[in-house]
Design a protein around this ligand. Structure first.
Ligand SMILES: [Zn+2]
Length: 302
């Protein structure tokens, strides 16, 4: 892995030197949902994941995605058929704009919606169950953006999220900056997660969020080729930030401070977020907001 990483870094440097025009990434400033800023430093907002670096069980994406045969054998499972029929029954009533806000397709639909998302799992059964208990209480669906190495370590937790009716998104295999990788490595980071999720629950994710919100046009093309909608977020709860650790009240306040119709809310599988969720959803409802079903969102930006 380290040798591979070193090779990739060298290859990336050579590539960047040769091209000299790496595409800038538009990353939403969590403090200002109305005007996204152009970010050229990559790691602007999301820096929460530290234990991943030292994870001894982490393997290369290429090792995890070796079983094309297994994927094909899984394709006819009842689970797959059920999941696909469920997706087919949800009309596409919303779309995402270029600033990652969720917008209704016509004026008859509710504008005051939010998209709920939880990144960097699956980690712990208790936290996942508590999050989904709260989502169920409010009849809400969310996207759980998972890392491939965590799915490999905890396949049963991915099944739990899926079987409890929540939506799985792709958050790359490792929690690393894809913009700093070669294109080939970035492809593996994306497609290996499609593979392991398909092997585990019989369906492939339809949503992709890059770690740290860091990507470029090449990455977007890979995501598009894999039939996923690329998104970062438009409302950062800052629950990954030190200032919010053990402070569920701050998670709630940060979201409410940035609330706008169509807010795409970034949260994480973290204890203080688990604790905050019920009150947050109550407050959002009090303000007239409802929770958009991710499956009702078109997979093209417009
Ligand atoms: Zn993340």
């Amino acid at each position: 892995m380290f040798r591979l990483t070193a090779t990739c870094l060298i290859a990336t440097c050579l590539l960047l030197t040769a091209c000299g025009n790496e595409t800038e990434t538009v990353v939403q400033n969590p403090k200002d949902t109305s005007s996204p800023t152009v970010d050229t430093t990559a790691n602007s907002n999301e820096t929460e994941d530290t234990d991943q670096v030292n994870n001894p069980d982490k393997s290369k994406p290429s090792e995890a995605s070796s079983s094309q045969t297994a994927r094909e054998e899984n394709s006819d499972t009842m689970q797959n058929a059920d999941a696909e029929s469920t997706q087919a029954e949800i009309p596409k009533m919303y779309h995402m704009n270029e600033n990652y806000f969720i917008k209704p397709n016509d004026d008859s639909l509710e504008k005051k919606v939010v998209l709920l998302t939880f990144d960097d799992g699956p980690k712990e059964e208790d936290m996942i169950n508590q999050l989904i208990d709260t989502l169920d209480k409010h009849d809400a669906k969310a996207i759980f953006f998972v890392n491939g190495y965590r799915v490999q370590n905890n396949p049963d937790l991915l099944k739990l999220i899926h079987e409890r009716g929540q939506i799985i998104g792709n958050h790359a295999w490792d929690h690393e900056d894809l913009k700093k990788m070669s294109n080939a490595d970035a492809v593996r980071q994306v497609e290996s997660v499609q593979d392991i999720v398909k092997e585990t629950i019989g369906i492939t994710p339809q949503f992709f969020r890059p770690p740290f919100g860091s990507g470029n046009d090449a990455l977007k093309a890979v995501v598009d080729k894999n039939d996923m909608l690329y998104m970062t977020w438009s409302n950062g709860s800052l629950d990954w930030d030190k200032s919010v650790k053990d402070r569920p009240d701050k998670v709630i306040q940060n979201v409410l401070d940035q609330l706008n119709p169509g807010s795409n809310i970034l949260m994480h599988e973290l204890p203080w977020t688990v604790e905050a969720l019920d009150e947050l959803l109550i407050k959002l409802k009090e303000k007239g907001y409802s929770f958009v079903d991710p499956r009702s969102i078109e997979l093209k930006v417009r």
